[in-house]
Design a protein around this ligand. Structure first.
Ligand SMILES: *Cc1c(COP(=O)(O)O)cnc(C)c1O
Length: 454
């Protein structure tokens, strides 16, 4: 055994004081958001009615490398950060691998995931602007939970549109949000014009994320003192999530550890973008040749089988167009898909890095993901979120390759959250009812054919 502790913590005075904006160091900048009507780059003034002003500035800033973390946000971070970087000694032993495996664990807060890192930042800027509250959508519920915690702390109103099927099937998430004072509306609802239209056209529909986004945007823009906030995909969210990568970098440096690969799951790309930020900077600057690997579900493979094109961010087509690896905005993963990460597109920052060959991507079938989740839980103790388990799966695969070759590689992966609210998915897996549906080329071609012509 060497002298690396089981958990590497940072002291409070070693915590990062600023977020890092990777865009400032990218040679090829991510493509700008476009106005869906005119196809011209979105100007800040066009975004102000929907998003908070300070967040719009962060969204459009490709040049400023560091943004000071406001004191109030930093104080909130101190309640659950720094998060531990854990050396997975038990997993290494179980795998019989010479690889050294570390994971950055973001599940140590009540919302159970990394999403709180951006929720508190976004709620803070809304409060600072003097707003009454914010609106958002939530699917599985992690983002809605994180945002309701942040809003409760700052005394802001929080209106969450929750996809109706999740609202009914995930009553516990819903009640956590209500405990933190959020109002949770099943979407589609009669509280918005777009909701009424959708219900008229499709009575009995169980809703979709795209529909919930449209309702949340309408709710924000039709009432004085509200703005809309989003928990992934956007540049500002990756900026806030850089706290994950900066802490990881500081913890590794404390013990002079150099990672050979960094692995993270990718839904909209926010945890991965945050985790890799300082490591990708070193790679861009030629200081490191660390491999960076995104892991996505085989049933929603935006990087590995999507097109790099402008697309709508939402199914309702109300948001700006973003250039990204996408499956098409009306792509919906098969109904039996249980592992999360079901967004059709991918962060513009990560899309550009992937297109530039600076990172790799792997798609994995969900039964393999749950097998890895269970293996991990049994030796490391933590019950991982299905989303996070995509990264576990590939970390295990890479560690097993090291067992074959005898290489002592250092693997770092992001463990984004816990899976306590995902036990229905685990149940399906245990009962052998989980299938690995992978979309056909024809299905993907059909949704890609509907991409907007820009
Ligand atoms: C939301 C979520 C993800 C995926 O979102 P990204 O923006 O891609 O990071 C991953 N893991 C957990 C636990 C989540 O809640």
């Amino acid at each position: 055994m060497n002298n690396i502790p089981y958990k590497i913590y940072l002291n409070e005075d070693e915590m990062p004081k600023a977020w890092y904006n990777l865009r400032a160091d990218m040679k090829n900048k991510p493509a700008p958001l476009l106005n869906p009507g005119t196809h011209q780059p979105m100007k800040a003034e066009e975004l102000y009615p929907v998003f908070c002003e300070e967040l719009v500035k962060q969204e459009l800033d490709n040049d400023t490398p560091y943004f000071q973390i406001p004191d109030e946000v930093f104080n909130f971070y101190k309640m659950y950060r720094p998060s531990p970087l854990v050396r997975a000694y038990c997993l290494e032993k179980a795998l019989g691998t010479p690889a050294k495996i570390y994971y950055k664990f973001e599940g140590n807060n009540t919302s159970g995931s990394h999403k709180l890192n951006s929720a508190i930042a976004q709620a803070y800027y809304a409060k600072k602007q003097g707003l009454k509250g914010v609106t958002t959508e939530t699917g599985a519920g992690q983002w809605g939970t994180a945002l309701s915690m942040a809003c409760a702390y700052l005394g802001l109103d929080c209106k969450v549109y929750m996809v109706k099927v999740s609202y009914e099937q995930k009553p516990f998430r819903r009640e956590v949000m209500r405990t933190y004072g959020a109002s949770v509306t099943p979407s589609p609802s009669m509280t918005t014009e777009v909701g009424k239209r959708i219900l008229e056209a499709h009575p009995g529909t169980t809703g979709s994320l795209g529909c919930a986004i449209s309702e949340a945007v309408e709710a924000a823009t039709s009432v004085e003192g509200y703005r809309y906030v989003l928990g992934s995909v956007l540049n500002q969210v990756l900026l806030h999530q850089s706290i994950i990568g900066l802490e990881t970098e500081a913890a590794l440096k404390k013990y002079d550890i150099k990672p050979d690969m960094i692995i993270g799951c990718a839904g909209g790309g926010s945890n991965l973008g945050g985790l890799i930020a300082p490591f990708m900077r070193d790679k861009i600057l030629g200081k490191s040749d660390c491999r960076i690997i995104a892991v996505e579900p085989a049933s929603c493979p935006s990087f590995t089988r999507g097109k790099y094109a402008y697309d709508f961010c939402d199914t309702g087509m109300v948001c700006p167009l973003a250039k990204m690896y996408t499956l098409g905005s009306d792509f919906i993963p098969a109904p039996n898909h249980a592992g999360g990460l079901r967004y059709h597109g991918m962060s513009s920052v990560l899309s550009q890095l992937y297109d530039d060959g600076l990172m790799e991507a792997v798609a994995v079938p969900q039964t393999e993901v749950f097998k890895a989740a269970e293996r991990f839980a049994r030796v490391e103790g933590i019950l991982p979120a299905p989303e996070s388990s995509h990264a576990i799966k590939v970390a295990i695969d890479e560690a097993e390759k090291c067992r074959e070759t005898g290489e002592e590689k250092t693997i770092v992966f992001g463990l984004t959250g816990t899976g306590y609210f995902d036990m229905v998915a685990y149940e399906k897996f245990h009962d052998g009812k989980m299938e690995d549906y992978v979309p056909t080329d024809e299905e993907l071609a059909a949704s890609a054919a509907k991409l907007p012509r820009v």
